[in-house]
Design a protein around this ligand. Structure first.
Ligand SMILES: Cc1cc2nc3c(=O)[nH]c(=O)nc-3n(C[C@H](O)[C@H](O)[C@H](O)COP(=O)(O)OP(=O)(O)OC[C@H]3O[C@@H](n4cnc5c(N)ncnc54)[C@H](O)[C@@H]3O)c2cc1C
Length: 279
């Protein structure tokens, strides 16, 4: 398992929102640059890490980094769920936010070189996986089969439609999409993402899976992957727990003997089960 790195920014650095995109209902992507050029330059991430984002006069919250470590604009994708995220959704290009991090362990790319990779995402579960997908496609020669299985309630609720169009046109990247119910104009699969996962001819040996999504989806997908023979230690996910400090001091995000902010947020399913954690 990857050890977490020393964060580049441990107290909030001011950043400017340079662009905002509507992704799906209540979810927007906020593109930002760090105001101090030396910090902007030094701010390197590993896929799977997160930052603490400050919305001034509202508070701070943990958020995944959906951009790739290379050649990708810095952004976060945020669902409006409470006080701080609602305040963020009020901001406009030119407004300032605070950024601390990046924190956490990230995905273990060195350990999985040469493997087949299966990504399974449900709804906004694609947010923490996007960075890894872009990164793997940028290093396509280092991996075997690379497969994305993505489902949402409706076509409107599929995240990152622009990336999806690019991915569908990418050679050697197998993409499968599904929505819960039929709808006019949709020619893809219909049904839950776990049913689609079950139907597909997926590699099993020398294979790792990354699974993110709501609890019902997560548990159903894990069941299918295990039935196919994929080992628990080769299934990765990222956990979300209410976070305060992000640096392992306050214990708010403790699960079992671990702290999600420093020992996670990436865990194998074997670890999650051993910790007695309920997803
Ligand atoms: C590592 C990590 C990565 C994350 N990545 C993302 C991401 O990429 N995008 C994203 O949108 N979110 C992400 N989150 C989740 C995000 O940090 C939370 O949604 C955050 O709490 C939002 O802050 P808020 O003040 O807007 O909402 P909060 O006020 O914290 O409310 C969040 C949710 O919790 C409920 N809630 C609040 N207080 C209580 C309580 N006392 N009891 C029960 N329920 C309560 C609210 O009703 C709401 O549904 C991530 C979290 C972690 C830990």
């Amino acid at each position: 398992m990857v050890k977490n790195l020393v964060p580049i920014v441990s107290i909030p650095e001011v950043a400017t929102i340079v662009d905002i995109r509507d992704e799906i209902e209540e979810v927007k992507s906020f593109y930002f640059t760090l105001d101090r050029p030396e910090i902007e330059e030094a701010f390197k991430i590993r896929s799977g890490q997160f930052i603490m984002c400050t919305v001034f006069r509202a508070g701070e919250f943990a958020v995944s980094l959906p951009f790739s470590p290379e050649n990708d604009r810095k952004h976060i994708s945020v669902r409006k769920v409470g006080k701080v995220t609602a305040a963020l959704h009020q901001l406009e290009p030119g407004d300032k936010i605070g950024v601390r991090g990046p924190f956490g362990n990230g995905f273990p790319f060195e350990e999985i070189k040469g493997s087949n990779i299966i990504y399974v995402a449900g709804g906004i579960g694609l947010i923490p996986l996007r960075s890894s997908i872009v990164h793997v496609l940028q290093h396509r020669q280092d991996f075997g089969r690379v497969i994305l299985v993505y489902g949402a309630k409706s076509s409107k609720e599929l995240m990152y439609k622009e990336s999806i169009r690019e991915w569908q046109a990418t050679e050697n990247f197998e993409t499968h999409f599904t929505i819960d119910r039929p709808e006019p104009g949709w020619s893809g699969e219909v049904g839950f993402v776990n049913h689609l996962t079950a139907k597909l001819d997926l590699p099993v040996s020398n294979t790792v899976a990354f699974v993110c999504g709501p609890p019902v989806m997560f548990n159903a997908v894990i069941k299918e992957l295990k039935l196919k023979g994929i080992k628990e230690q080769n299934i990765y996910s990222t956990l979300e727990r209410h976070m305060k400090c992000g640096i392992g001091k306050c214990q708010h995000c403790a699960i079992g003997r671990t702290l999600v902010c420093v020992d996670g947020p990436v865990y194998t399913y074997k670890q999650i089960r051993t910790l007695g954690e309920q997803i």
